[in-house]
Design a protein. Structure first.
Length: 395
């Protein structure tokens, strides 16, 4: 079904370029016979229904970042993120964008000048400026029975710098030296968030009624005005943090205030930076949390990446509450991603089972703020009887 949809989208894009009647020259490096106004990649419309794999590469700092998209069943997956489902709209947009590129002007055919346009990319040396990207479309997978000579890309193009007024981009076919300026542009984003559903949750204010985090319990109370206020329970245990010379780290009043301000709204807009198959391992008790809500419970298990301690990945355990009020009224107000809503917690648990999500820095910071040692950032571990010391230039 989605192959037909892709074909329709591309056919419409191909029709919009108009006047294209010659296929691209495929074999001559240094020159191509394409007239102004022709489609730069006319054959995309023909091969689009057969495309089953897309490879994206972008250079920078001496290395290449690569993403691979692959058709699987009726949908697409992000192979380089362990096969997580891809938003088909993004695949359609990429292919339709390639189809709509129209020749505006012939540029240089000198290899030594490719870098000026963000197109310096060869089999031996990639573009390390970060301005260029390479896109390859395939009609077979490398592990399929049809692989072999058919495993070569049917489209292999380098996309360079963009220009405005009119919207344009520098491009060339990989293996050819001739460069072109085309009307239109194609964004090659290798960030996984571009390709998958990046929004995990957008819980509305007041839905969370309690949070358990690192030995602290926060309890929410709904007032007459419908607003929910939170307070720390008195049974807080010492933080499960690194041992210090002074012993255990307590939940001081200042620390409880920080936690009360940040934790109840932590699910208000939860997004991912990347996704992978769950690797398991014991959750980090300093970053894991359980949220008690009106219509369900959610446990967020956090683990630090052994190869990159600065990276934190989370997984979910979710369950609906029996007899909870309907969420239809709240969910009816959702108009676009980011609007608050209540998920079907049973479906949510099934959808996210077996996956771990990398936390964006701003969401990780909100957790770490409440787990910091007393004398970090808040200053509540300092002796109030000692004078304030202002550092001098000699410090």
């Amino acid at each position: 079904m989605k192959s037909k949809q892709l074909a329709v989208i591309v056919a419409l894009a191909a029709a919009s370029v108009g006047g294209a009647y010659l296929a691209l020259s495929k074999g001559r490096a240094g020159s191509s016979e394409i007239a102004r106004g022709e489609a730069f990649l006319l054959q995309v419309a023909e091969v689009a229904p057969k495309v089953v794999r897309i490879e994206l590469e972008r250079g920078g700092a001496g290395e290449t970042t690569r993403r691979e998209l692959r058709k699987e069943g009726d949908g697409w997956i992000l192979v380089t993120s362990d096969g997580y489902p891809v938003r088909f709209e993004e695949v359609k947009g990429l292919v339709a964008g390639l189809t709509s590129l129209k020749i505006d002007d012939r540029m240089t055919a000198k290899k030594e000048r490719h870098g000026e346009l963000g197109l310096a990319w060869t089999a031996e040396k990639l573009d390390d400026s970060g301005r260029g990207a390479r896109v390859r479309l395939y009609t077979s997978n490398p592990d399929s029975a049809e692989a072999g000579s058919a495993a070569a890309p049917v489209i292999d193009v380098v996309l360079g710098e963009e220009r405005a007024n009119p919207r344009a981009q520098f491009v060339r076919r990989f293996g050819e030296d001739q460069c072109w300026r085309v009307l239109g542009s194609v964004l090659v984003d290798i960030d996984p968030r571009r390709w998958v559903e990046a929004e995990l949750l957008a819980i509305p204010d007041g839905e969370v009624r309690g949070v358990t985090f690192n030995g602290l319990t926060l309890v929410g109370t709904e007032g007459a005005d419908g607003r929910v206020t939170y307070a720390a329970a008195e049974n807080a245990t010492p933080l499960a943090a690194l041992a210090t010379e002074s012993g255990t780290v307590q939940w001081t009043d200042a620390r409880k205030e920080v936690a009360t301000r940040t934790l109840p709204n932590w699910l208000s807009r939860l997004e991912l930076d990347d996704v992978r198959r769950a690797k398991g391992g014991a959750p980090d008790p300093t970053l894991s949390a359980t949220f008690d809500m009106v219509r369900g419970t959610l446990k967020v298990n956090a683990v630090r990446d052994a190869s990159d301690p600065s990276a934190v990945w989370i997984s979910f355990e979710a369950a609906p509450k029996e007899g909870a009020p309907s969420a239809d009224e709240i969910n009816a107000k959702k108009k676009y991603p980011g609007d608050p809503y209540i998920p079907d917690w049973k479906a949510f648990a099934a959808k996210h089972a077996g996956w771990e999500y990398k936390l964006p820095g701003w969401k990780l910071n909100a957790l770490e703020e409440a787990a910091k040692l007393p004398d970090e950032a808040t200053g509540d571990g300092a002796d109030p009887n000692q004078p304030t010391r202002i550092p001098s230039a000699r410090d």
